[in-house]
Design a protein around this ligand. Structure first.
Ligand code: ADP
Ligand code: UDP
Length: 243
């Protein structure tokens, strides 16, 4: 793995996840350095691999999309891009929830509702999952938040509303650039009581299809061994680098 600038400077690792490493930011506990790895996992960590240069693409793609959202009135944890694989963010109190937004039926939704993959939904669907690798991220709803003390219900409701606003901005952006935003995952946290978008927005966390050919331009190429993985990430990088 390419050494991070944070590691070279001897900064303390706070957390290492499947795709990213969080480092302390010297002299300011309110900030974090996020390092994007090339490591790829799927099916709750059962499939593992490396996608060459993914860290660089995902850092740049996330930074650009956070900027696009900011220009459209959505605040996030993003402060600045520090290096090819690192960004500076605010350190948030994370909601232990993954918000999945869906515009087109794919994967488990198509199966569950008995529709063909690719059917466009007239209204977006938002699903909540409890972030827990041990439990395999079970689906939950707002009543679980209160019953299992997972956070403030009002924060989750606010995050859900922000997710729907984000959806309009991202869907339009990708549509104008030849891609269909099928579905994606967002994470949110709070800073001084304010709900902010966090984590990443990348081909690791989105399903993007070519509008004409319906070819997959995201991590499904890795999940399903379709090849052309790096090219897919590069295509999203090229599109977002114009922001
Ligand atoms: P995972 O934990 O699922 O393996 P990652 O490798 O992407 O995922 O690790 C990044 C971790 O950092 C995630 O657990 C995510 O919830 C957390 N995170 C993202 N943004 C922030 C932030 N601004 N402040 C604190 N934690 C964050
Ligand atoms: N997703 C993600 N991380 C997760 C779970 C889902 O980034 O831990 C994203 C995934 O990339 C896809 C969407 O959320 O864009 C829906 O994924 P899910 O695993 O729910 O797939 P499905 O149920 O549709 O097969």
């Amino acid at each position: 793995m390419k050494k991070s600038v944070a590691e070279e400077r001897g900064l303390k690792k706070i957390y290492e996840g499947k795709a990213k490493i969080l480092y302390e930011y010297p002299g300011d506990e309110g900030k974090l350095i996020t390092y994007f790895k090339d490591d790829a996992t799927a099916f709750n960590g059962q499939k593992r691999g490396i996608i060459m240069n993914k860290g660089e693409y995902n850092n740049a793609i996330s930074a650009s999309l956070f900027k696009l959202l900011k220009n459209n009135g959505i605040e996030s944890h993003f402060i600045d891009k520090l290096s090819d694989r690192e960004m500076l963010t605010n350190h948030l109190k994370m909601l232990p929830v993954e918000f999945v937004v869906r515009n087109t039926a794919a994967g488990s939704l198509a199966k569950k509702m008995g529709v063909e993959e690719g059917v466009k939904l007239p209204y977006p669907v938002v699903e909540l999952y409890f972030k827990s690798d041990e439990l395999g991220d079970p689906m939950i709803n707002e009543t679980y938040i209160r019953a299992f003390d997972l956070g403030e219900v009002k924060d989750v409701e606010e995050a859900k509303n922000i997710a729907l606003k984000i959806n309009e901005i991202l869907r339009d952006f990708f549509d104008k650039n030849g891609l269909l935003l099928v579905d994606y995952k967002l994470e949110f946290g709070t800073l001084s009581g304010k709900v902010l978008l966090a984590d990443e927005i990348t081909p690791d966390t989105m399903r993007l299809w070519d509008k004409v050919t319906l070819e997959k331009v995201d991590k499904d190429r890795f999940r399903r061994d379709l090849g052309g993985i790096e090219e897919a990430y590069k295509r999203v990088y090229d599109i977002t680098s114009k922001i």
